[in-house]
Design a protein around this ligand. Structure first.
Ligand code: MN
Ligand code: MN
Length: 466
């Protein structure tokens, strides 16, 4: 019997929409993503990974006033913590480009500038958390330290301790339940573990000099000097990030979910950059940005509010011999942007915080978010009906599974992305990324089919969107 035609919006999961071969591809894609995720736990490590991928695709690093047109693609690095890849398209960049922009910073604990202390003959490293951290996620779990230290002689050393099996790890030891009645149990979740107690256990063997003060701290400094040539003052010129020591794992009997740290928003930066690199031909000049500092407001010289974005577009125009401000502004106003960031998946145990008709659903592919913001869309970027219409048509024509999403119930949920900072340049912008469960936790969950749908969506955008 023929099905009766209805005009209701179809909402089908990738499992009902796509065949086994497609799902096999999604599992294979997830393996490439997993490798990247395990190697890239900081912004700098993401930049290094992306630069390597770009070079493998014959991209050249752009040097102002030196690099000439004619290369397959160009790599722009912003102070080691932001990156942009540009590939020329069928129309000149002066007519406007297609941008996928994601962020590569994730919530974490940064070591303080002067972090090493000793209390009760235990050496500790003090931290200052970064971004929307739930402090209890970081207690009594193996942690690694990744980052760079600039020594007094000007040389830079890279540290990566705790992510390999043979490495030691660091731990913020939670208080045992036997002792926590008074100091923790009655407190609010935001207060029960004060930020100043987020200290890593870093050693207990004392220096052999029984007369010395802070003998354990001195002994740790000896180890740092012996292994890395570091002194205590070198912490001042360092960026050392405390990240989960774990690796990304398959989740569930069917292995259809990937769990790991930093998927917000390394998932979108990886899929955006792979899409740009692997697209057959580009409709317009394509730029994949991976920027820093989104979790703390897109600030600084490497965030989406910085000149890095527009400066990169200006340098791209110089490859076509265009150097004036008006041409840049016009190109920007004719540019289309996918603000590539993860959405909050509907949680089976916390359904009450979402409005189900407008919630991202795990397994339903790309989540398209027309607007962000909080309490009356404050601070939102709001995609126009016209732009939503064109994006929706693109996804339908390309056969990419997608659905719509809003971040939580009205007056309850909300948040922002980099979208509004690009919209401010007159660009058409929409938020689109995969649903994520347990966002900002050390074990964020993403369905492999959603990861793949996101990649296919960004790729269709680069290949087809005019
Ligand atoms: Mn994000
Ligand atoms: Mn986030």
């Amino acid at each position: 019997m023929a099905e009766k035609e209805t005009f209701e919006m179809a909402r089908k999961s990738c499992f009902d929409l796509k065949d086994q071969a497609w799902h096999d591809e999604s599992f294979a894609f997830a393996e490439r993503y997993r490798n990247f995720l395990n190697l890239s736990k900081t912004e700098r490590e993401c930049v290094a990974s992306f630069a390597k991928m770009a070079v493998e695709h014959s991209f050249v690093e752009y040097i102002p006033d030196e690099t000439k047109a004619g290369a397959p693609g160009y790599l722009f690095i912003g102070k080691e913590k932001a990156v942009a890849l540009y590939r020329p398209g069928k129309v000149p960049a002066t007519k406007g480009m297609n941008i996928v922009i994601a962020h590569i910073d994730s919530p974490r604990l940064d070591l303080k500038v002067n972090p090493l202390i000793e209390e009760t003959e235990i050496a500790q490293l003090k931290t200052h958390y970064y971004g929307g951290v739930r402090k209890y996620h970081w207690l009594s779990r193996p942690l690694a330290i990744h980052g760079v230290v600039v020594l007094n002689d000007g040389s830079t050393i890279e540290l990566r301790i705790g992510s390999s099996k043979e490495d030691p790890v660091f731990v913020i030891s939670d208080l045992e339940p036997h002792l926590s009645y008074k100091v923790q149990n009655e407190k609010k979740v935001t207060e029960f573990y004060p930020g100043e107690k987020l200290n890593l256990v870093a050693g207990i063997i004392p220096d052999s000099d029984e007369e010395a003060k802070n003998r354990v701290k001195l002994a740790v400094l000896d180890i740092l000097h012996e292994k890395y040539g570091m002194t205590e003052e070198d912490f001042v010129s360092a960026e050392l990030e405390v990240v989960p020591a774990c690796i990304a794992r398959d989740v569930g009997f069917d292995r259809a979910i990937l769990g790991g740290y930093g998927q917000d928003d390394r998932l979108c930066s990886f899929t955006g950059i792979r899409a740009l690199l692997e697209a057959e031909t580009l409709a317009r000049g394509g730029v994949a940005f991976a920027v820093d500092k989104e979790e703390i407001g897109s600030v600084g010289a490497t965030g989406a509010q910085s000149a890095f974005v527009l400066n990169t577009l200006a340098e791209i125009l110089t490859l076509e011999g265009e150097r004036d401000e008006l041409t840049l502004r016009r190109a920007a106003a004719n540019t289309n942007v996918i603000s590539a960031d993860v959405g909050a998946a509907l949680h089976p145990d916390w359904q009450e915080v979402q409005e189900k008709n407008n919630a991202a659903r795990m397994g339903y592919g790309l989540a398209l978010t027309k607007f962000t913001g909080v309490r009356g869309k404050v601070g939102a970027s709001d995609a126009s009906a016209e732009f939503m219409g064109r994006i929706r048509r693109l996804l339908n024509e390309a056969g990419v599974p997608w659905h719509v999403a809003e971040l939580g119930k009205v007056d309850e949920g909300g948040g922002g992305t980099v979208a509004r900072f690009l919209a401010a340049h007159g660009m058409n912008v929409v938020d689109a990324g995969p649903p994520l469960m347990g966002m900002h936790s050390p074990m964020e969950l993403a369905a492999k089919c959603d990861i793949y749908a996101t990649y296919l969506a960004y790729r269709a955008f680069f290949e087809r969107f005019l």
